[in-house]
Design a protein around this ligand. Structure first.
Ligand code: UCC
Length: 664
């Protein structure tokens, strides 16, 4: 029997033991909890100075710009790159978190139609002026290189702009239209403001083209009427269904001039181009009512509105009935901006993906040490490189055209490449954004990482400024209008470049594939002839994709041949023969280092681009070649037939063309 003391001792010992056990358990739980938190914690992907980190951009500038221009531009871009990462990027996120708010009535029932934008958005406008994001192209202080320089700044700005790239695109387009009209006296003030570096003076412009009946078929969809006033100005009456950046200072828009009986000419020939101010000096709307703001999937930072024009005062700025031709100058500029946006969003996603690959550990090692992960990023990198080089080519040609230095051939090539690049890169951008999102795992799907914003904003790139099909038809328009000359120039340009590249033995497989693709294209065109409009229309998208792939393939070969960054030493003498000319990026014999270097943007060593070259070969063109269509193809020669080119109603075509998925 235990004495009281003994009992006490035992009880005390039990208490001590259970307290100890509890402490151990608590420690253990704490430890588990901490470990769990630690395991879930991931380092945020970041980017540094996007100019300094973009080796392809820098080496492109180094190769093309005259030394004096390069020196000045380099200094400015380095500074701008720092400003973007430290000051502008945070504003961009603020724009996303504070979308515009529409207040239709004040507290006392007065109609005010106030579109309230956040401070960060307004700051973006000031920054755009300070940085000369529009001015640079019009001051032309570097002659033909000014346009390219401006495009590079916009490219760097785009993914940090919080959507402000959109009003800038239209502002640039409006300035271009006014310049092409010879800057008439009545538009001098507007032109000076659109191209000003003074934030207090700077204006942005809208481009009001879309009405209730739709935005593609402008010729039949535009109902807005213009009534001439005794003073020579006009009053516009109509309903604009999508007006992007409705907080802009001015707009260019289309309307039909009514005669004395109130009758208008229908179709494209009835459309004229007008300039109008959105508000007067006191901030009062110009006989415009805002119906509501659009509820969009993306680009939410920017106010897109439905507007009633109820006698808005406007100035006719084109010849009567030449509205579409006059606004096409604006369309071509905004389409180039679209390409800038597409390349920029791809570049941003890949940069973040790269950084994450250097930080994130899975399966016991960093993502960058997983070959399959690196191969996926390398393939995206090949896409963005092609798109970037195509963009640079377009703005190089535009710069020549704007300083009267472009040959007739260069002008034709520019006309063709704008729709080709817009339609192709718009699709590429969303495909790359989706692929890159996956490289962050579930984090890529989380709103507060900011990654879904990039994806949402990218999805509009194939829709606004002309959908993929509308742009494909514009490619045909450029062919018809030039009576085929644009194609002749395209082919001779590519062939000339191929001859240069064919001197490099290691490029021969890629050159050969491009030649075959050109052969297919020529064969197809010869077979279709000019009479087969339906066949051409059915083929327009695939045809345009083929042009894009041929041209970007050629650009990549040129860049490789010249040893622009990342492609140097492309051609590894120990090249894998079984893979030769095919996708070598999955070949274990070609080492994973080159693929990783390409993916991480650190490619310097020989062999790097061998892998990329393989991917390039895969990405190279041809018209889709499915010869097993059970339906006869009367218009097509044997060997070129495919379902998607088949001139029969789409319902009879068994499956859509795989070409859509091919950009990746
Ligand atoms: O406004 C919008 C949103 C704004 C936001 C923008 C921000 C972008 C920023 C990106 C940054 C990230 S969206 C609205 C978009 N709407 C469009 O893009 C219109 C799409 N539809 C078309 O493009 C159609 O194909 C039309 C409107 C051009 C078709 O009109 P027509 O009148 O039926 O076409 P025609 O008769 O073929 O062309 C009339 C004239 C011809 O000249 P002429 O009479 O001399 O033979 C054509 O050659 O216009 C000429 N033309 C062109 N010229 C037509 N298109 C072009 C062109 N692209 N380049 C040169």
């Amino acid at each position: 029997m235990l004495n009281v003391k003994g009992i006490k001792r035992i009880v005390g010992q039990e208490q001590q033991a259970s307290m100890k056990e509890k402490r151990v358990l608590e420690d253990w739980e704490m430890h588990l909890a901490r470990r769990e938190t630690e395991a879930l914690f991931q380092e945020q992907p970041e980017t540094g100075n996007q100019y300094l980190e973009d080796t392809l951009l820098r080496s492109y500038l180094k190769t093309h710009l005259p030394p004096k221009v390069l020196e000045e531009v380099h200094r400015d871009l380095e500074r701008f790159g720092n400003r973007l990462v430290t000051k502008i990027q945070p504003l961009s996120w603020e724009c996303e978190l504070n979308p515009p708010v529409f207040r239709q009535y004040d507290a006392w029932g007065q109609r005010v139609d106030d579109i309230h934008t956040c401070t960060a958005w307004r700051r973006m406008k000031e920054i755009s002026a300070e940085e000369g994001l529009i001015a640079e192209a019009y001051e032309k202080r570097y002659s033909n290189w000014s346009r390219l320089y401006q495009a590079v700044k916009l490219y760097l700005f785009s993914s940090s702009s919080g959507g402000f790239s959109c009003p800038l695109a239209m502002t640039d387009g409006a300035a271009k239209v006014i310049e092409s009209l010879g800057i008439p006296g009545s538009l001098k003030n507007a032109f000076d403001r659109l191209t000003s570096r003074d934030p207090k003076k700077f204006w942005t412009s809208g481009q009001w083209m879309t009405e209730r009946r739709g935005g593609s078929d402008v010729a039949n969809g535009t109902e807005t009427m213009a009534r001439k006033q005794p003073d020579g100005t006009y009053r516009l009456y109509g309903f604009k269904w999508f007006t992007s950046a409705a907080d802009s200072d001015m707009a260019l828009t289309l309307a039909r001039i009514a005669d004395a009986e109130g009758q208008c000419t229908q179709g494209s020939r009835g459309l004229s181009l007008f300039f109008l101010r959105v508000r007067d000096e006191e901030g009062k709307l110009n006989s415009i009512q805002v119906q509501r703001l659009k509820d969009k999937l993306g680009t939410r930072q920017m106010a897109t509105a439905e507007l009633w024009l109820q006698g808005a005062r406007a100035e006719l700025i084109s010849a009567e009935g030449r509205g579409v031709a006059a606004i096409s100058n604006m369309l071509n500029i905004t389409r180039i901006h679209n390409v800038i946006g597409a390349v920029a969003s791809m570049r941003r996603m890949i940069s973040l993906s790269r950084d994450y690959a250097r930080k994130r550990v899975a399966f016991g090692k960093l993502l960058k040490d997983h070959p399959l992960h690196m191969q996926t990023i390398a393939r995206m990198e090949v896409q963005v490189r092609g798109a970037f080089l195509l963009l640079m080519e377009i703005v190089r040609l535009l710069g020549l055209a704007e300083t009267n230095l472009a040959s007739q051939q260069e002008q034709l090539l520019l006309r063709l490449l704008i729709p080709v690049a817009k339609l192709y890169t718009g699709k590429q951008a969303s495909a790359v954004a989706v692929e890159a999102m996956e490289s962050f795992g579930g984090q890529g799907y989380m709103e507060d990482t900011g990654l879904p914003v990039i994806l949402r904003d990218t999805l509009v790139l194939s829709i606004w400024e002309g959908t993929t099909n509308i742009l494909s038809l514009d490619v045909l328009r450029s062919l018809a209008k030039s009576q085929g000359q644009v194609m002749a120039v395209f082919l001779s340009t590519v062939q000339k470049k191929l001859e240069l590249a064919s001197g490099t033995e290691e490029l021969s497989a890629a050159v050969q594939r491009t030649r075959e693709a050109i052969g297919n294209l020529q064969q197809f065109m010869a077979a279709v002839g000019s009479e087969q409009a339906l066949t051409m229309e059915m083929a327009a998208r695939d045809f345009s994709y083929s042009l894009a792939r041929i041209y970007t393939g050629r650009q990549r070969q040129e860049s490789q041949n010249h040893g622009w960054a990342g492609w140097e030493g492309t051609l590894n003498p120990t090249q894998c023969h079984p893979c030769h000319g095919r996708d070598t990026s999955h070949c274990p014999r070609l080492l994973q280092a080159p693929v990783s270097n390409l993916a991480l943007g650190t490619a310097r060593d020989p062999g790097t681009a061998t892998a990329a070259l393989g991917t390039l070969c895969q990405a190279l063109p041809t018209l889709p070649g499915n010869n097993s269509c059970p339906i006869s193809h009367p218009a097509l020669p044997s060997g070129t037939g495919s379902h998607s080119l088949c001139p029969v109603p789409p319902a009879l075509v068994p499956s859509p063309s795989p070409a859509l998925l091919e950009p990746l």
